[in-house]
Design a protein around this ligand. Structure first.
Ligand SMILES: [Zn+2]
Ligand SMILES: [Zn+2]
Length: 328
C-alpha cells in the first residue's frame, strides 16, 4: 500500500510504501478511493495539535470499499462501501459512552491521530465505527461530509437552533458550507460573517440572508451562532451578536485563546459551548438528512501524492469548499 505519512510535526508528509495490513479481530480493511482534507489534519501536520503517535498517516474523511474483514466482524462484507471518520473507537463502557455521549469518551481513539488514517490506498478501521453511506453520493461527494458535515451538524444541534430562528455562522469553509444547507432546510434565517469576500458570495448563493466581515454586526440579534474560524476574537464577536438566552457553539478542536469578556456579553443566560467530535448517532442522522435534502458538496481533487499541496492550499485559504485526495 502507499500512504502519505507525517514523520514528525511541522514536517512535510512523505510518500511511503508500507505492507498492506490484515484486519485484526473486529476490524475491516478498506481500499480507499477518496479522502477529504480537514483543517484538523493541517493543524496536526503543523504541530498545533499535540501528536499522539509518530509517524502517523493523517486523514479522517475516507471513503472506499471493504477489501477484507477480520474475525468476529458482522455487518460488513468485502465489496461494501464504507466511510471512516474521526471517531475511530471508544471503550464503550465509561459513563459518557453508556450515556449517549461517546464523543466525550476519555479513551476514544481517533483516526489519523491515534490510528493511521485515510491519506493512503488502504486503511484499517474498527468495523463498529465504520459508517455505511447513503446512495446518491459518489465517493468524492461523500468524503467531505464525514467530518466537516457531521461536525457542522453536531454544532447546529449543540447551538440549540430551532426551525425559523436566526442563526449566525462565523467562518465559511467546508463545514459551514454544509451546515448552511441543513439550516436552510430547517427554515432558519442565516447570517454569515467571514473575512473572505469570495466566501461571502458563496454564502449568499447558498441562501444567507445577510453577510458581513467579523467586524460587522448582523442586523438582528441571533438566536444561536456557530463559530468555525479558529480564533478567539471571532467567538467574542459571535457572543456579542446573540440575543438573550442564545448560544454560541464553538466548532474548533484548536483555538488560540478567548479574549477577556465583559460579563454583560454573557449575562441574560447566553451560553458559550464547545463542540467535541461527534457520536456515531450524529453521523447516521446527518448522512441520512444529507441524502434527503440533498446536500451538495463542492470540492477540488488532488492525487494522493499531492497531499502536501492540498494542505498548503487549505492553509492559504485557496480551497473552494473542500479538498479531496484521490487515493485509489
Ligand atoms: Zn467511553
Ligand atoms: Zn476533521
Amino acid at each position: 500500500m502507499r500512504a502519505m505519512q507525517l514523520p514528525a510535526p511541522a514536517h512535510p508528509l512523505r510518500l511511503v510504501e508500507l505492507p498492506t495490513p490484515s484486519p485484526g479481530p473486529g476490524e475491516i480493511l478498506i481500499r480507499v478511493s477518496a479522502s477529504a482534507v480537514c483543517r484538523t489534519d493541517l493543524q496536526l501536520c503543523q504541530g498545533d495539535i499535540e501528536p499522539r503517535r509518530m509517524p502517523i498517516v493523517p486523514g479522517h474523511q475516507a471513503v472506499g470499499c471493504v477489501e477484507a474483514v477480520g474475525e468476529g466482524v458482522t455487518g460488513w462484507a468485502p465489496g461494501d462501501r464504507a466511510g471512516l471518520a474521526w471517531l475511530g473507537g471508544t471503550d464503550g463502557t465509561c459513563p459518557q459512552c453508556t450515556g449517549g455521549r461517546e464523543n466525550l469518551c476519555a479513551h476514544a481513539r481517533f483516526t489519523g491521530w491515534d490510528r493511521d488514517g485515510g491519506y493512503a490506498t488502504h486503511v484499517l478501521a474498527r468495523a463498529d465505527f465504520a459508517l455505511a453511506l447513503p446512495e446518491g453520493f459518489s465517493d468524492l461527494d461523500a468524503a467531505p461530509l464525514l467530518c466537516g458535515g457531521v461536525i457542522g451538524y453536531r454544532a447546529l444541534r449543540v447551538s440549540g437552533i430551532a426551525p425559523g430562528q436566526r442563526l449566525g455562522l462565523y467562518g465559511f469553509g467546508a463545514s459551514a458550507t454544509l451546515a448552511i444547507q441543513v439550516a436552510r432546510h430547517w427554515g432558519c434565517r442565516v447570517f454569515v460573517c467571514t473575512r473572505s469576500a469570495a466566501e461571502r458570495g458563496r454564502a449568499k448563493a447558498l441562501g444567507a440572508e445577510w453577510t458581513g466581515t467579523y467586524d460587522d454586526t448582523p442586523p438582528e440579534p441571533l438566536d444561536a451562532a456557530v463559530t468555525f474560524a479558529p480564533a478567539g476574537s471571532v467567538v467574542a464577536a459571535a457572543l456579542r451578536a446573540l440575543d438573550r438566552g442564545g448560544t454560541v457553539a464553538i466548532n474548533a478542536i484548536h483555538l488560540d485563546r478567548i479574549p477577556e469578556l465583559p460579563y454583560a456579553d454573557l449575562w441574560w443566560e447566553r451560553s458559550l459551548r464547545s463542540v467535541a467530535n461527534f457520536t456515531r448517532q450524529d453521523a447516521r442522522e446527518f448522512l441520512e438528512l444529507a441524502a434527503r435534502i440533498p446536500v451538495r458538496t463542492e470540492y477540488e481533487t488532488h492525487p494522493l501524492a499531492d497531499a502536501n499541496l492540498a494542505l498548503r492550499r487549505l492553509s492559504d485559504g485557496a480551497v473552494r469548499g473542500a479538498a479531496v485526495l484521490q487515493c485509489a
